[in-house]
Structure formats: C-alpha cells, structure tokens
Design a protein around this ligand. Structure first.
Ligand code: MN
Length: 490
C-alpha cells in the first residue's frame, strides 16, 4: 500500500540533501521523523579521507552534528576540536555502512557510541544553545557518560569550530580516551558458569593502520579464479555489516591457508596462536575438558583482515558474547533440508516465521551459504542457553506438528526421510553458527546472506549470493535485513 502521508522535510536538512545522491549512497533520506521521548545522541566513527568521529545530538526532529577530529575523551583536560556540520536526519543515528567512492563522505561508517542525553541548560533548548554557542548536557552512552560541554570558539560562520569537553564528574577519567577506558583490548570476562576465565594482559605493538596482505595472487577458489586479494577485498566491503555481528563473540576460524582443493589443509581453529599479534583481543576460556583456549575476538577491520591473511575463509561465532557467555543474545533455528526440496525448506521457514510473529518475536532469516536456512531471533528473556534451547524446541515442535509431511525434529538422519530437519541443539554454550556475510569454503564462493522475508521464495537460488554479488547487493540496500536483530543488542 503506498503511503499517502506526505512527509515533511525540515528545512535544516536541505544542505544534507543537496550534498548526497540517494540513488547511490546507502545513507538515510532526509525524511522527517518524530522525536524520541528521550532525545538521543550518537557518535559515528567515520573512515573518510581523514578518520573522524561524528558527534550528533537530537533536537527539533533532526540530529545536530559536529565532526570531531579525534576520539572523544573522558579526560576533562582534553579539548577536542568539533567542527559543526550540516544537520542529519534522525534515521542517521542507526546508520552504519559504506558510503561509496566518489560520494560525499566516502568511506566506512561505524556506530562508535550511542544513547540518550539530557540538556543541562534549563534556560535554553539545544537549538537555542547552538545559537548562543554553548551547550551543556549529560550523556548516557556506553562509552561516553556524564556531563559534557560543547563551546563555540569563534564567531558564527560557514565553518564553526567548537570544542567538545568532558566536565569534571564521577564519570571523568584522567589521562584516558573514552575508547581505551571502556573498550580496553584486555577483555574482562565475568562468567556465571563454573568454567573459569581470566583476563590476559595484552602488551606489545599497537594495532596497525593497514594489514599487509601476503601472497595476494594466491588462488583460494581455483575453480572460480578467486584470489586472496579478492577475498580480502570482499571482507573489507562487508565489514560494516559483519563486524557488529562478530563483535565480542568467541569465534572458531575455518582456515584454508592454501585455498580449496583436494589434499589442501582445511581446519577449524579455536585457539589463537601466541604468534598472532597482541592487538588481536582474545577471550581466555576452557574447553569442556578443561583445556585452555584463547578465542580470537574479531572486533575490528584490522583483526578481520589479519585473520583473512592467515587463510581464515569462514567465521563461526558463538551465540553469546564475552560479557555474558552463558546467555545467548539470539536463538538459532537451523533448517537442514537433507533430501527435501528448497520449496519445502522455504515452506518450513515461513511457517516458523508465522509461529514466531504470532508470539511477538521478530525473526530474521539468512541463507547458510550452502543448502540450509538459518532463522535467528533476538533472545530477550533472562534465561541462559538451556532455557533458550527449551523454548526453541517448543516452537519448533509446533511447526513440525503443523507440517508433519515436511518438517521433523528427529535427530536420527535415517528417520527424517525427505523432511526438513529443524535443529535447535546448537543453542548451547560453546556451539557456534556461520556468521552472516561470511564466505563458505565450497566452489562458487557462496555467502551466508541475510534475506528479507519477501525474498524467500521457492524459486530463489541461494547459490546466487556470492563473493561477487553480495557487495553490490549490500550497497543497494538501505537497511540490513538483520537490522532488527542487530538493533536488539544495542
Ligand atoms: Mn563524517
């Protein structure tokens, strides 16, 4: 149904609109949005010509914006230059992605911090404070907390220079950038389970700006002529979508250092060798048998590309993060077609979707990159893996009961016949799932690809989502089909 309501664009978004071509950039269009009950702020790490941090405060239905030249600091003695830039639409607060080459602000945008804020100036609104050249506000973010001020340095003009300053309060931290204070590479791993974890002091070299690719011409998918350089370029392109998913999850790497082919090494790596650089964070855990294992955390582009250079083709993260390893933040329904047709597989996935929707759960779907489908649901209950798995079991049983000819929960392969197996047993500590947007180690370089539910049709060919087709697909999409899930983790 076409939306007849005419959207009113605030005048202050004229400049935003004039600078961008919305047929090309994935950035949100300048559409009026209703204000939040509690105004929001966002800081976006923007890898443009020069890396900077875009600081944005909600006011009058738009985001008032400043480009901050360095990472915002919690140290009151640090004054960050903040150049006032054009107002952005409110929808920009949830934007992360790649602004294409040749366009305004070309480069990758990540959400660095976000939350709500309170205007501490009782005499003036935010807009009035900007007029007056002085703002005082309280941030409730993950990294930025407490009182801050924005102060204009010179008179008003085309290019206004402001300073972003942390006020002295309990949240202030001397001599530390916000990122380092909160986002230390030394991961503390509190654990409710019995197995122990420990922090590993990370010393040594800082993270490099660029990761050097060795043997870029090596054929990793020889049948397809796909080289290591192609694989690295692919992962660089999908990083804005992949990294928020991988962040802080222990990951098993599927490594094929010499690529696909008979007799070539193909192994699964949990433990991170000591020879890998110290700037790659590790989660120190123990296997079921009590053997120590240092899982890599793929939290940024440098770590991702370093591991790709080591021959990692596929990343298999846990369903929980280091903050709460016994509590999954999503539930996985792994639909395995076995000998069933793709049409049957789609039928089961749609039935599962209906079942979940009826209960008010927002499910997302992706191809596995091979023959299966993965349905993922944000897990918002308090329970841990056991409770999540039991819940998934009940939902899946209802689906199997409705479609007895098409779906089964039987773990015995020989009893499944031509039915789709709904696997919920991977909702367990230490188990993992193929991440969205990762390549699979089979010819054709297919990708585990998130789909809109409308795209999931019996005649869809999941093998058409490949290293070649997924980056342009992402560039065309305004919204990640996984957005509902990723948003649930904020
Ligand atoms: Mn920017």
């Amino acid at each position: 149904m076409p939306n007849k309501k005419k959207s009113v664009v605030p005048e202050s978004l004229d400049e935003y609109e004039a600078k961008r071509d919305f047929a090309e950039t994935p950035e949100p269009k300048p559409i009026q949005a209703s204000s939040h009950k509690r105004p929001i702020f966002v800081v976006q790490e923007h890898h443009a010509t020069r890396l900077h941090y875009d600081f944005r405060l909600e006011a009058d239905g738009v985001l008032k914006s400043w480009a901050v030249t360095n990472e915002p600091s919690l140290d009151p003695s640090v004054k960050r230059l903040a150049v006032r830039v054009e107002d952005h639409p409110l929808a920009y607060a949830s934007f992360s992605g790649t602004i294409p080459e040749g366009h305004y602000g070309a480069g990758e945008v990540f959400i660095w911090d976000h939350g709500t804020f309170e205007n501490l100036d009782s005499a003036r609104t935010i807009t009035e404070g900007i007029e007056a050249g002085k703002l005082s506000f309280l941030l409730h973010g993950k990294k930025l907390k407490g009182r801050f001020a924005l102060v204009r340095m010179r008179g008003k003009g085309k290019r206004e220079n402001w300073l972003l300053i942390k006020a002295k309060d309990e949240e202030a931290k001397l001599g530390s950038s916000a990122g380092k204070a909160v986002h230390s590479r030394t991961k503390r791993v509190p654990l409710s389970g019995t197995r122990t974890t420990q922090t590993k002091p990370i010393r040594g070299t800082p993270k490099p700006e660029e990761v050097e690719l060795t043997h870029p011409d090596k054929q990793l998918y020889p049948e397809d002529g796909i080289t290591k350089a192609d694989v690295a370029a692919y992962y660089r392109a999908v990083a804005p979508r992949l990294l928020p998913f991988l962040k802080d999850r222990p990951v098993t790497l599927e490594r094929l250092p010499d690529g696909l082919g008979q007799g070539k090494p193909h192994f699964w790596q949990k433990n991170t060798p000591a020879s890998y650089p110290a700037w790659i964070p590790r989660a120190q855990l123990e296997t079921e048998r009590g053997k120590p294992v240092a899982y890599a955390l793929v939290n940024d582009l440098a770590a991702l590309l370093y591991l790709v250079n080591q021959g990692a083709l596929t990343f298999h993260p846990w369903l929980s993060r280091v903050e709460a390893l016994d509590h999954p933040d999503f539930v996985l329904f792994d639909l395995d077609p076995g000998k069933a047709t793709f049409a049957d597989l789609v039928n089961v996935a749609q039935r599962l979707h209906e079942e979940l929707e009826r209960e008010g759960w927002e499910a997302v779907v992706k191809t596995s990159g091979k023959t299966g489908l993965h349905v993922l649901v944000p897990w918002r209950k308090d329970g841990g893996y056991d409770e999540a798995r039991r819940w998934a079991q009940q939902v899946a049983e209802r689906v199997a009961d409705h479609l007895p000819e098409t779906a089964t929960m039987d773990i015995r392969k020989d009893k499944r016949g031509g039915r789709v197996y709904i696997d919920v047993l991977q909702n367990a500590r230490g188990h993992h799932v193929v991440a969205p947007y990762v390549l699979r180690a089979i010819p054709g370089a297919p990708v585990s690809t998130p789909l809109r539910w409308q795209e999931l049709k019996a005649d869809l060919d999941p093998m058409r989502f490949t290293l070649h087709t997924v980056p342009p697909r992402i560039a065309r999409q305004r919204v990640d089909p996984l957005a509902a899930l990723v948003e649930s983790w904020r």
